[in-house]
Design a binder for this molecule. Structure first.
Ligand code: ADP
Length: 265
């Protein structure tokens, strides 16, 4: 194992219309190759800002993001994103297969290899038969599976997921969570998963980074010592799961109190 992703002293302030919003105060953490790390924190604490800085979509105000020792200055070829808004991330006039294939056109791959990657990725997310459909013919959960397939087909070193299941119903969300853990186990990809849902972070992560309220710092890094094989029924009912989620909840509450003017209270 080595640190694939290193974030050091990251700061981000938004400036505009005479206003300055400090979104990220000082973040330092690393993610090992093959790790599944969840970032959890209250809404507005800077999770999306952080992920955009990590993915090179937004320039930080200070600090560094290194991917495999190389500084990230723009979207690096080794990263893929899955956003919350699946409805806006797929092109409605393109068939599912074409949507998944689109980013591969940037890579120097033969057409048969592209086809192979597309069908393999669609099969991995349980949509082997949907290649010819249009995104709008699919349910929200299926559209998000297409977005995941598109990211997988790209064969990223790191998969960045920004609240990807926040807009789907609870049952679909549970299925998608299991899909992500399954893909992570099968493919050994490195995943950085952002969520404001404490239970989701504990269920999915091998490690959970608890972020403070904005301006953000890492409040705590918590190893999730649940068994590798997890399932919605047993894992969520396990006493250790409850202990961990309670701990995360308390930390987030503490962070909120500390963030209030005047400190605790
Ligand atoms: P989260 O993803 O945790 O909900 P965000 O990263 O979206 O948090 O936002 C963090 C802080 O930065 C918030 O105070 C938000 O209002 C502010 N912010 C986000 N995007 C912008 C922007 N483009 N311009 C100004 N402020 C922004």
């Amino acid at each position: 194992m080595h640190a694939l992703l290193e974030i050091s002293g990251l700061r981000k302030a938004y400036e505009g219309s005479g206003r300055r919003t400090e979104a990220i105060r000082d973040l330092t953490f690393s993610v090992d190759a093959g790790e599944l790390v969840c970032l959890v924190g209250p809404s507005g604490c800077g999770k999306t800002t952080l992920l955009k800085c990590v993915g090179g979509l937004l320039a930080p105000t200070g600090g560094d993001v290194l991917l495999d020792g190389r500084r990230v200055g723009g979207p690096p070829p080794g990263m893929a994103f899955v956003f919350q808004e699946y409805g806006r991330s797929l092109f409605p006039w393109m068939r599912v297969g074409e949507n998944v294939e689109l980013p591969l056109r940037q890579k120097k791959l033969s057409k048969p290899r592209r086809r192979e990657l597309v069908s393999d990725a669609l099969e991995s997310v349980g949509l082997a038969d949907a290649a010819k459909a249009y995104p709008w013919q699919l349910s929200g959960g299926m559209q998000q599976r297409v977005a995941i397939a598109r990211a997988l087909a790209y064969e990223p070193e790191v998969l960045l997921m920004d609240e990807p299941f926040a807009a789907v119903d609870a049952q679909t969300r549970a299925d998608l969570e299991d899909l992500v853990r399954g893909l992570w186990q099968q493919r050994g990809i490195t995943i950085l998963f952002v969520t404001h849902d404490i239970d989701e972070a504990v269920y999915l992560g091998e490690r959970v980074l608890i972020l403070s309220a904005s301006p953000t710092v890492v409040q705590e890094q918590l190893k999730i010592d649940l068994p590798g094989e997890r399932d919605q029924l047993h894992t969520r009912a396990a006493p250790r799961f409850t202990e961990l989620r309670t701990h995360v909840y308390e930390q987030i509450q503490a962070a909120k109190r500390e963030a209030r003017p005047g400190g605790a209270g």
